[in-house]
Each structure stands twice: as structure tokens, then as C-alpha cells.
Design a protein around this ligand. Structure first.
Ligand SMILES: Nc1ncnc2c1ncn2[C@@H]1O[C@H](COP(=O)(O)OP(=O)(O)OP(=O)(O)O)[C@@H](O)[C@H]1O
Ligand SMILES: [Mg+2]
Length: 270
């Protein structure tokens, strides 16, 4: 099905938090894949199904070991694990050093994600540095979503990153780039208008998709315990809205997305 890449430039705007939240409320079956070259966080943040720790060796590392001989899309499922609550995840690398030997992986992995049977893939690609090897994976995306807070420095860095990213991806078949502004919902309007102004002045091929709630309590709750309060948090409510919009963009022809929007495929209130 579709591959949705989530990433940022500098400043840790909350990509991993948004990726977990979006995965949890995605309106179709989904796999959350940790592709951050700096190393994954899921193992440290969320319990596996049954309450234990996720196995850091089963995921990107075990997949890379077999993918050297070729990678069929359905093989990805052999390396996934399930979080408490039901969200399927592909655990990322444990250390940034491991990424250096795996630059060959991102292109076949991108193709496998884009053709994964039975589920969309939401990929946390972390911070995209200059000439990132992940560009090969990004090429296969149905949509690239870049997160930013509405500070001048984050937006300025994002603007530069979009410029070089669109050069690297090149041409007409490059995936669309969307921007999500992490802000207090009471400030969405001004934050989104400001970011839109900067991006359109720079004549960049990217559009602001909307806001994502700045919600420190919700973000904290997402590191570990999922409960009724989290389910009703600003963070999860705004994730539902964003997930509905993104899922429709990734598969615009399936008319029933809206009916299923909000049905959590991931962690459920206990
Ligand atoms: N929507 C949000 N509202 C409030 N706080 C948030 C939000 N998203 C993330 N945070 C907080 O910001 C910090 C960084 O979050 P997170 O790890 O998701 O960012 P990131 O962009 O993935 O960072 P990195 O580039 O290091 O991977 C965490 O302490 C998290 O709790
Ligand atoms: Mg992260």
C-alpha cells in the first residue's frame, strides 16, 4: 500500500512522537517503521505486546541481514513486532554507527515498504541531513511529511532542507512534500500562515498540510502508558485528524476512509 515518510530538519520538533500517535490512530492497517539513521527510540519508549521490552535485534537489523540476498515486500513482516495495544512496528537501528554500513538498504527497503501487502507504512525517518542516504527511500514515498515548530530558526532550516531535498529527489515523479506545524492549537492560524508565507516566498515545492498539537502532557503519556486520558488528549485528537487527511491523500480513491477514520488500529485505552 502507501509509504508515508515523516521527517524533520534540525530541532527535534516531535517526529517520533507524531509517528507513534499517527500509527496508533491510522484508519487502515499500518506498519510503523523506524528508519531514523541516528538510531531508534521505540525500544526505550513503549512496551511490546504482553508487557515486556521490544527486542532490539528483531527489526531493521535482522531485515538488513537477510535483505543482502534480495528483498521481497512480504519479507518485511518477518521482522516486525507488535506493541502493547496492537500496533505493528519495525524496530530501527540501535546505534547511528550501524547506518553507515547500510546505505545500500534504503532503496530496496523503500520499494518493499511502498509495495507492502496489506498495510500502509508510516516511516519515522528522523532528521534529514544533507545528502542523506535515506533519499533513496524517500523516492519511493507516496508523500513526504516534514515536521517543524513555528520558530524562525526551525522554519529557516526546514526551508533550506526542502530546497536541497527537492533537488536531490528531482523532477516530476518526486513525491509531494507536505509540512506539518507543531504548535499550540490556539496558535495554529498564525503559525501556519507564517510558515506558509516563508515557504511560498521561497517558491519551494511544498505545501503546509496543517497543524499538530503541541501537548506536553499527551507527549509524555505516549512514552509508556496508554490510557483513557491519552486517548482523549489534544495530541491524539490532532493525530486522528492528521492521519485521516494523510491516509486519504495516500489512497485518494478508496471512498470509505472517512467512515473508518478514528478507529484506532494501535494502542487502545486499557
Ligand atoms: N506534540 C508535542 N507536544 C509536546 N511535546 C512534544 C510533542 N512532540 C514531542 N514532544 C516532546 O519533545 C521531545 C522530542 O520529541 P521526539 O523524540 O518525538 O522528537 P523527534 O523530532 O523525533 O526528535 P529526534 O530528532 O531526536 O528523533 C520529547 O521530550 C517529547 O516528549
Ligand atoms: Mg525521533
Amino acid at each position: 500500500m502507501g509509504l508515508v515518510v515523516l521527517a524533520a530538519d534540525k530541532g527535534a520538533p516531535g517526529v517520533t512522537t507524531a509517528a507513534i500517535a499517527l500509527g496508533a490512530v491510522w484508519p487502515r492497517p499500518v506498519l510503523l517503521a523506524e528508519c531514523d539513521q541516528a538510531g531508534g527510540d521505540l525500544v526505550y519508549r513503549l512496551p511490546a505486546d504482553g508487557g515486556g521490552m521490544l527486542n532490539p535485534a528483531r527489526g531493521m537489523l535482522s531485515l538488513a541481514a537477510t535483505a543482502r540476498r534480495g528483498l521481497r515486500a512480504e519479507q518485511v513482516w518477518e521482522h516486525t513486532q507488535r506493541l502493547e495495544g496492537g500496533l505493528d512496528v519495525l524496530v530501527g537501528l540501535t546505534r547511528a554507527e550501524q547506518a553507515q554500513g547500510l546505505t545500500w538498504l534504503w532503496s530496496p527497503l523503500g520499494r518493499a515498504f511502498a509495495n507492502l501487502p496489506g498495510a500502509d507504512v508510516v516511516a519515522d525517518c528522523g532528521r534529514l541531513g544533507p545528502g542523506s542516504a535515506l533519499t533513496d527511500l524517500l523516492r519511493e514515498a507516496s508523500m513526504i511529511v516534514l515536521f517543524t515548530r513555528a520558530t524562525l530558526e526551525q522554519v529557516a532550516h526546514l526551508r533550506e532542507r526542502i530546497g536541497s531535498l527537492s533537488n536531490d529527489l528531482g523532477g516530476h515523479s518526486a513525491p509531494p512534500i507536505g509540512i506539518v506545524v507543531v504548535a499550540d492549537p490556539s496558535e495554529y492560524r498564525t503559525a501556519i500562515a507564517e510558515v506558509s508565507r516563508i515557504i511560498s516566498n521561497a517558491k519551494l515545492p511544498a505545501a503546509v498540510l496543517g497543524g499538530f498539537a503541541m501537548d506536553p502532557k499527551g507527549a509524555e503519556m505516549l512514552r509508556g502508558q496508554w490510557g483513557g486520558r491519552l486517548d482523549r488528549s489534544l495530541l491524539i485528537r490532532s493525530a486522528r485528524q492528521l492521519a485521516g487527511g494523510l491516509a486519504t491523500r495516500v489512497a485518494p480513491t478508496s471512498g470509505d476512509d472517512r467512515e473508518t477514520q478514528g478507529v484506532a488500529s494501535g494502542p487502545q485505552p486499557r
